[in-house]
Design a protein around this ligand. Structure first.
Ligand code: BES
Ligand code: MN
Ligand code: ZN
Length: 500
């Protein structure tokens, strides 16, 4: 992890391996860039007039040994159009700048970017998100390579603040950002780990390790027998075709009064989704190791909450199984009885996420939750409707949904709402049970949520479909840790840490 700090003072006088300053696409300089430009006799503005950097968001230009400037290097970074400058551009520019320094002999740097005024974003939020962006930029997953990547040279990042800024408050924001970044890293590590390394048992062990590190965190793991006693037959049915035993991981952060109703997070933990007897096609099946992205984000968020020691109660319920086909596997047509007592006709064993979630959501009732938020890589249809930009959000309580959407905006880890109207429920009609586990091709993300809504009648509930956002494909293939940032922001707000 990078070390973060804040300081004040004139940029040209800072000693550092590299100073990061912003320039706009209009050629306009930020105030830090202006001060540097003056100190080096107009070298920076000359380079801009020469077209060496256009100022497009995320573009970078590295300069060495400018006369009149104490830092060894100056990294100019494009901030786009000044009137469009907002949190998303700050994050993009910070990530691009840190990436540009990655493979150079730069051990420390100082960013002037949080000095730029941002509309609708206070300094603490800007710093917190800068920390997260920088940490995401240096993240590597080489645990399973025998030849490791070159050790990261960049080890510390400092931010210069405007005169008169509250340094103590800024330092608190850095600490929060670091806690969230560590939670994101944990979520990314867990999700990147393949199915033969990350099983339901491994997830349970990682959760238990966290409890050892934080005294206010308690973890209990329910095994197959205990779930049988609770009648979690929908969850257990999914696990039947696998050699890996299922686990129900319960994590309780007790930061509030004992009588305070907790927020309950529920995360889908399918450590590998082969589809079961309704076997998936071979292409890209490896990506189904990421099908525990909801569990990873839940555990990552709990780690962040515990590290910040938020003064609220937060409980996590993580149902974890492997979805495999064998002679005892769940079959299409089978009818299972959920913990709630409702029966389910399993028309497709690949719609397994909702089968494990429904029992976890019923289990959540015992905590008398103030709100329940589940997150799951639930439907391929989500990627068709929204692409890989926002996660989908649906639920039964607008106040909760709006609070999550706002938190997603503040962390640039966004959600977009889909309608959960009653009209969709009939797609789940079954001739043989109370409901079917699939609702046909149309509106697949919504019918999946409609299925879950039958198990969440007794509390305010929001569902996050993170199928398109939990991991990236292509050359940056790998887990993103989403939506740890948004959920941390949401919980911080519930704890009274942020005002807007
Ligand atoms: N884990 C998948 C959803 C998924 C697929 C996420 C691809 C990301 C990329 C889920 O368990 C699943 O298989 N869903 C089915 C549901 C269908 C059978 C109703 C799907 O989306 O095809
Ligand atoms: Mn599936
Ligand atoms: Zn799945």
């Amino acid at each position: 992890m990078l070390e973060f700090s804040v300081k004040s003072g004139a940029p040209q006088e800072q000693t550092s391996a590299c100073l990061i300053v912003g320039v706009f696409a209009t050629g306009e300089l930020t105030s830090a860039a202006k001060q540097l430009d003056k100190a080096c006799d107009g070298k920076i503005s000359a380079l801009i007039s020469d077209g060496e950097i256009s100022g497009k968001a995320g573009e970078t230009l590295l300069l060495h040994h400018l006369t009149g400037i104490s830092a060894e290097r100056v990294l100019l970074v494009g901030l786009g159009e000044p009137e469009k400058f907002a949190l998303p551009t700050l994050i993009k520019a910070t990530q691009a700048a840190i990436q540009a320094l990655q493979n150079r002999a730069v051990a420390d740097c100082i960013s002037c970017l949080p000095q730029v005024d941002i509309t609708e974003c206070d300094l603490s939020t800007a710093l917190r998100q800068s920390v997260i962006a920088a940490s995401n930029a240096v993240y590597r997953f080489d645990t399973l390579k025998t030849k490791k990547n070159d050790p990261a040279r960049l080890s510390s990042v400092s931010f210069i603040l405007n005169e008169g800024s509250d340094l103590a408050q800024a330092e608190a924001a850095l600490a929060q950002g670091s806690a969230i970044a560590r939670g994101i890293n944990l979520a990314r590590d867990l999700a990147n780990m393949p199915g033969n390394y990350c099983t339901p048992t491994t997830l349970a062990e990682r959760a238990e390790q966290l409890a050892e590190q934080h005294s206010q965190l308690a973890v209990t793991v329910l095994d197959q027998k205990e779930m049988q006693e609770l009648n979690m037959h929908a969850l257990l049915a999914v696990a039947r075709g696998s050699a890996q035993p299922p686990k129900l991981i319960v994590m309780e952060h007790k930061g509030g009064a004992a009588s305070d109703a907790p927020v309950v997070l529920v995360g889908k933990g399918v450590t590998f989704d082969s589809g079961g007897i309704s076997l998936k096609p071979g292409a890209d099946m490896d990506q189904m190791k990421f099908d525990m992205g909801g569990a990873a984000a839940t555990i990552g968020t709990m780690a962040a909450v515990a590290e910040m020691n938020l003064p609220i109660n937060v409980t996590a319920v993580v149902p974890s199984v492997e979805n495999m086909p064998d002679g005892s596997a769940l079959k299409p047509g089978d009818v299972v009885t959920s913990m709630s007592g409702q029966t389910i006709e399993v028309l497709n064993t690949d719609a397994e996420g909702r089968l494990i979630l429904c029992d976890a959501l019923t289990y959540a009732e015992r905590f008398n939750p103030a709100a329940v938020v589940d997150m799951a890589t639930l439907t391929g249809a989500c990627i068709i409707s929204l692409g890989r930009v926002p996660s989908a959000i649906l639920g039964n309580n607008q106040e909760l949904i709006q609070a999550l959407i706002q938190a997603g905006e503040r962390s640039h880890d966004r959600f977009w709402e889909l309608p959960l109207w009653d009209d969709y429920q009939e797609q789940l009609d079954s001739n043989f049970a109370d409901m079917a586990n699939i609702g046909g091709r149309e509106g697949g993300t919504i019918t999946a949520a409609a299925f879950l809504s039958r198990f969440t009648q007794n509390y305010p509930w929001a569902h996050l479909d993170i199928a398109g956002t939990a991991w990236k494909v292509g050359k940056d293939k790998g887990a993103t840790g989403r939506p740890v940032a948004a959920l941390s922001e949401f919980l911080m707000q519930r704890a009274g840490y942020t005002t807007n």
